[in-house]
Design a protein around this ligand. Structure first.
Ligand code: GLU
Length: 286
């Protein structure tokens, strides 16, 4: 019997999984197993220009092949547009949104949004929608990285919740989905730590429950760059799932995995020992 709530793995279907994304999947899976809660898979497929044909299926097949079996139906953000519209309306009714036409090149020189379009509070075409952060602060205890404090005005400032091309922004969609109640634990890569403040702010403004967060280390190459699709990380070799798992477990503080075990046995060995408090904070070279 699974407890209330759950964890989730939320890949963007921009290409096949690689060792770096496997690490994030395994971390959230082991955490959910350890906590006795459900583990959901959500495809973050809103950024349609970046979606790759067939990547959604390839990701699901790769997860299955590694014994990473999810609970319940796979959620696709592209099927939740009415929910994001509704959330945007709630923010608009609170007077928190404005309509920004600042060209990207003008913003490039600013670490924090300079407030240029803040007076445009009525919808206007061809603009991005931004959320005012005002003097909001967010504090939380990350289960891996420890105490975190942000003052949003200094951490990027007013941010985009709907893009100029009309697509809902990652921050809005992720906050709505992670705040909808089924997700109580967000365990993901450390590169997303700083996006957390914005997502928590959206949840707070919408009155949604905030999950707990844990940001695990990344796999990096010898130059210290995150393994990612942009850096041409190799797709997982689906003929060697147990070897792939054995390569990511040490980055989560799980050394000494049995050499001859298959994927399912490896995952249950790991689930018995996984402890977020003992996950190293630093990245691992793959
Ligand atoms: N879809 C995002 C990505 O693949 C991750 C979202 C998340 O875990 O919040 O980078």
């Amino acid at each position: 019997m699974k407890g209330v709530g759950g964890g989730r793995f939320a890949p963007s279907p921009t290409g096949p999984l690689h060792l770096g994304s496997l690490l994030a999947a395994v971390a959230s899976f082991l955490d959910a197993r350890r906590q006795g809660v459900a583990w959901h898979v959500r495809l973050d497929d809103l950024d349609t220009p970046r979606n790759a044909a067939g990547a959604d299926q390839a990701i699901l097949v790769a997860l299955e092949r590694h014994g990473l079996h999810w609970d319940g139906p796979v959620v696709r953000q592209s099927e939740r547009l009415p929910r994001y519209h509704e959330a945007l309306d709630v923010l608009a009714r609170q007077g928190l949104l404005f309509y920004c036409r600042c060209p990207r090149r003008r913003l490039r020189d600013h670490a924090t949004y300079p407030g240029t379009c803040r007076r445009h509070t009525a919808p206007r075409p061809d603009s991005a929608v931004r959320l005012r952060v005002d003097d909001a602060r967010v504090s939380l205890t990350d289960l891996v990285q420890g105490e975190q404090h942000w003052r949003l005005a200094e951490a990027g400032g007013d941010f985009v919740v709907r893009r100029r091309d009309g697509l809902f922004a990652y921050q809005l969609a992720t906050a709505v989905d992670d705040g909808d109640g089924a997700v109580t634990r967000v365990i993901r890569g450390r590169d997303l730590l700083d996006t957390t403040a914005r997502q928590v702010l959206v949840m707070q403004r919408l009155g949604l429950p905030v999950p707990v967060y844990g940001h695990v280390p990344l796999l990096v190459d010898r130059a210290g760059r995150k393994l990612s699709k942009q850096n041409h990380a190799a797709p997982l070799d689906l003929d060697r799932p147990a070897d792939n798992l054995r390569r990511v477990l040490p980055a989560l503080g799980l050394d000494g995995a049995p050499a001859d075990a298959g994927s399912e046995a490896l995952l249950s060995w790991a689930a018995d020992r996984f402890d977020l408090a003992r996950v190293p904070r630093h990245d691992s070279v793959s």
